[in-house]
Design a protein around this ligand. Structure first.
Ligand code: TYC
Length: 101
């Protein structure tokens, strides 16, 4: 054999991918009662009264507020459940999700 090809000994680089995270966003509207928004935030996102009231007020004043960050499945499930809780009462309450940068 004339030439022996020597394979470079490269070190295996374990690739640990971090799951992409998604923000759950609360969207303001003119109809859903403030107390109801707070109740949904407490029930679905396990927030205390004070933090829930703060998030509700921020959405009320600025149009939107980031509620929390989760992996995609959990963000989708929670946004859907929270939106459905409003729909069940006839409110246009909306939670959306958005990928984190
Ligand atoms: N703007 C609503 C009101 O004045 C309250 C509200 C706050 C609704 C935040 C939705 O995401 C929301 N009754």
């Amino acid at each position: 054999m004339p030439d022996t090809v020597i394979k470079p000994q490269t070190k295996a680089k374990p690739k640990v991918e971090r799951p992409k995270l998604y923000k759950v966003i609360l969207v303001n509207d003119d109809y859903t009662p403030r107390e109801f928004v707070v109740r949904v935030l407490k029930a679905e996102f396990r927030m205390g009264e004070e933090q829930a009231a703060k998030v509700m007020l921020t959405a009320h004043q600025r149009g939107v507020c980031v509620v929390a960050v989760f992996t995609r499945d959990i963000a989708e499930t929670k946004a859907t459940r929270a939106t459905d809780a409003g729909r069940a009462k006839g409110y246009p309450l909306l939670f959306t999700i958005e990928p984190e940068e």
